[in-house]
Design a binder for this molecule. Structure first.
Ligand code: URA
Length: 233
């Protein structure tokens, strides 16, 4: 929310008060004086007026989880266990997922309470690579390499997929790098070649690699470097 809106939502200030408060340098957000009403106030931001705390803010939290198959990428579900069930953290309902995986897909999943960060991590314009290990029912046709690199037409969305990189590792196994995340994208790409994906595992998102020390179902806090990898320079 914009800072001027945040302030004028408080019952004691009208718009003119807000302008004066900002101009006089009495408002601080995250320890910095803010004079521009267009600046953003987040749930995580601490907002102060002189010595008074208007919003305490919250610590930003970031986790990577090794998602096992059979657990749903959601915060609630009527039938299945969710990825949140795997976390033993206070106030975990405040977390959300930065990108999803299908029920039977395993691998790297990021969770945070920082909406701005997760938008950067998943924004299509950010073109962050996502790397998957794919096992298929039938041998992989080498023609996939060129077709995936050119882009495939997805009729439902009426779009051409972004150029993707396929590296065939074994007759039925490949590493696929995507620069977007369309619904069931990997399965649909191989489906174009009538080849069923029997196992799908995400290895990385941007510069963040799934920590090999995490067994399926385990998680850890992201390092400062991993968090910064999705922040603008
Ligand atoms: N593509 C898929 O088909 N499924 C996933 O879970 C991720 C990418």
């Amino acid at each position: 929310m914009r800072l001027d809106r945040f302030l004028s939502n408080l019952p004691r200030f009208n718009r003119q008060d807000v302008r004066q408060l900002l101009a006089s340098g009495r408002v601080r957000v995250d320890d910095r004086v803010r004079r521009d009403g267009h600046d953003e106030v987040r749930v995580l931001s601490r907002v102060e007026l002189d010595a008074e705390v208007l919003q305490a803010g919250k610590a930003a939290r970031y986790f990577m989880l090794h998602k096992p198959p059979g657990v749903v990428s959601a915060t609630e579900h009527p039938e299945h266990r969710t990825v949140l069930d795997l976390l033993d953290e206070p106030d975990k309902q405040e977390l959300h997922l930065a990108g999803r995986l299908d029920l039977n897909t395993s691998g790297l999943l990021l969770l945070t309470n920082d909406g701005q960060w997760s938008r950067r991590a998943t924004a299509p314009a950010g073109k962050q690579p996502k790397v998957y290990l794919v096992d298929t029912a039938d041998p992989i046709d080498p023609a996939c390499i060129e077709v995936f690199a050119r882009g495939l037409y997805f009729r439902f969305e009426d779009l051409l997929t972004r150029p993707a990189e396929l590296q065939i590792l074994a007759p039925r196994q490949a590493r696929l790098t995507l620069y977007e995340g369309r619904y069931h994208q990997v399965k649909r790409m191989f489906g174009h070649f009538q080849n069923k994906v029997v196992r799908l595992h995400r290895l990385s998102m941007g510069a963040i690699q799934l920590d090999e020390r995490l067994c399926p179902g385990q998680y850890r806090v992201l390092t400062a470097e991993e968090i910064a990898s999705f922040c603008p320079d």
